[in-house]
Design a protein. Structure first.
Ligand SMILES: *Cc1c(COP(=O)(O)O)cnc(C)c1O
Length: 342
């Protein structure tokens, strides 16, 4: 099988496993795991923040990051396709009692005017007050799209002017960095809170880090423990993430090339399904047209290619460490043929 369902399906390489095996560890609930501390320190430095908190998942890092900025009964504004709104099982509402207001976007890209039109920081006794704005970069359901930097800056200025917090869901910020050359710190410093993920394109088995001020991260530590997310000798996992930072960051460019190869192959059969020039990172979203997405995914699976049906007419393919550009092109041929075979 060529597995393009997600970049989370990668398995740790022998080198990564070795690094994990020999990791120095301690009790992270006492903040005494040297490898976790090193990961948090290095990630914070990379993103231009004071402190970091290693978390089991990106969903947990987002949950904590948003909670730092938004009190129960307040709202966070995000786009209609945001992972925090669509794919975190309602945790922000179910656990933290906050609401979300979503604004339309094209391919997940920030529309500063659309946010400005709804943002209401001190909404008074009748309406919900906005406490934060959240942005995703790259945008998952948008097709791995990279947020234009000037828009992130403009939205940050709006947040400062209106006194609301600014959260970045940077699960794939690494891909944005590699695609654009914008340094990680230049992205990170725009935001009050940032989450980055090590178990996607970077290929570590587990983990995300939340970045913010030292005071905020102290609060997030309490929330993490409260939610049952305190962990002990987590340095074994942090070692995988550190290894990924050292060895798997630059190679994300290969995943971007593989995604382009996949998209080109699909478009050679089914030009209306995807515009290959719009594929800039490791995610390809296909419009399956008249054919239900589940049918496309099922037929592709029968021929050895795994993709995800994420909407009635939406199929997603994601490239990663465990798939070559040639395999991606082969997969694109198979999916393209499926799209045109009825
Ligand atoms: C995968 C992902 C997350 C976090 O997912 P977990 O499965 O909880 O680690 C957050 N945001 C985006 C955009 C993602 O793609």
């Amino acid at each position: 099988m060529i597995d393009l369902r997600s970049d989370t399906v990668t398995r740790p390489t022998p080198g990564m496993r070795e690094a994990m095996l020999s990791a120095a560890v301690g009790d992270d609930v006492y903040a005494e795991d040297p490898t976790v501390n090193e990961l948090e320190r290095r990630t914070a430095e990379l993103l231009g923040h004071e402190a970091g908190l290693f978390c089991a998942t990106g969903s947990l890092a987002n949950l904590l990051g948003v909670r730092l900025l938004v009190e129960p009964g307040q709202e966070v504004v995000c786009d209609v396709g945001a992972h925090i709104a669509r794919a975190e099982m309602g945790a922000h509402a179910a656990v933290h009692g906050l609401t979300m207001r979503t604004v339309p976007s094209t391919n997940g890209l920030v529309e500063v005017d659309a946010v400005a039109a709804v943002i209401a920081p001190h909404a008074g006794p009748h309406l919900v007050s906005t406490a934060a704005v959240a942005v995703e970069n790259t945008h998952n359901f948008g097709g791995g799209t990279v947020q234009p930097y000037d828009r992130l800056v403009a939205l940050g200025e709006l947040c400062v002017q209106t006194g609301v917090g600014y959260h970045l869901d940077g699960a794939r910020l690494w891909n944005a960095h590699v695609a654009t050359g914008v340094v990680l710190e230049a992205y990170g410093r725009l935001f009050d809170t940032v989450s980055v993920c090590f178990s996607k394109g970077l290929g570590a088995p587990v983990g995300s880090v939340l970045l913010s001020s030292a005071a905020n991260i102290s609060r997030a530590r309490i929330w993490r423990k409260r939610l049952g997310g305190g962990w002990r000798q987590a340095g074994i996992l942090a070692a995988g993430a550190l290894y990924a930072l050292d060895h798997h960051l630059d190679r994300l460019a290969d995943d971007h090339k593989a995604a382009a190869a996949f998209a080109n192959a699909v478009a050679s059969w089914a030009p209306t399904a995807v515009d290959p020039t719009a594929v800039t990172t490791n995610i390809v979203v296909l419009d399956t047209g008249d054919v239900p997405a589940a049918q496309v995914a099922g037929a592709a699976q029968d021929q050895g290619v795994w993709v995800s049906a994420l909407g009635p007419r939406m199929v997603r393919a994601v490239t990663h460490l465990d798939v070559t550009a040639d395999e991606a092109a082969t997969a694109g041929d198979i999916v393209g043929r499926v799209l045109t075979s009825r």
